[in-house]
Design a protein around this ligand. Sequence first.
Ligand code: URA
Length: 243
Amino acid sequence: MERLQKVMAAAGVASRRAAEEMILEGKVKVNNVIVRQPGFPVADDDTIIVDGNILKKETKVYYIMNKPKGYLSTTSDDLQRRTVVDLIPGKERIFPIGRLDYDTTGVLLLTNDGDFMNALIHPRFKVEKEYHVKVTGLLRKEDSSRIGKGMNLGDFISQPAKVFDVRYDDTKTNSYAKVIISEGKYHQIKRMFEMVGHPVIKLTRARFGNMTCEGLKQGEFRRLKPHEIKQLWNLSCFGRQGE
Ligand code: URA
């Protein structure tokens, strides 16, 4: 069940506030009965009529994308830079779930389901995210273990992370590593490596929970399968309420 004004807003008839006004003014019918109560719960199969027109409800869509470099993880940009949303044609108003930096590639989920998005970006949602990094210089054991223990990044202390599969390039100039964190603070991976003196040159998110970009080239996307959506709901803070 969803709140009436929320369904109206998602269908693009009006903002939530304006939808509430319309409901109070008696312009909205649910199953042919005028409803004057904002917040009235409606089910998927209820027929909603607004000002005499049947409301076309927005269907919920869920995507996984392999985010390419040079795209913002936002819906629009004042500077007219390209956004990840531009890559997915369709009439639904979708949003990225969390952010990847402009120059970061890899797993990004997008949806028009606000509840799903909120459940996955909630601070209680502590799902693993695996990143693959290329950093300047040779990453030593002590650097990895500092990152691994959790570190003071000024405005917050990162939780313990797992750094593994460290290797050096042929000329021993740069290093590659894999990192797993369960948080998602702004520029977190870049700040952690910067802090140990090895700025990030290249960053990819290889995994979000159990989702990877297998089979997707950069810039490609696909719809999530029903069982994948279910698994993510189960991992989310709502799925974990009993813990
Ligand atoms: N950490 C970062 O620094 N950047 C990202 O895009 C994701 C995680």
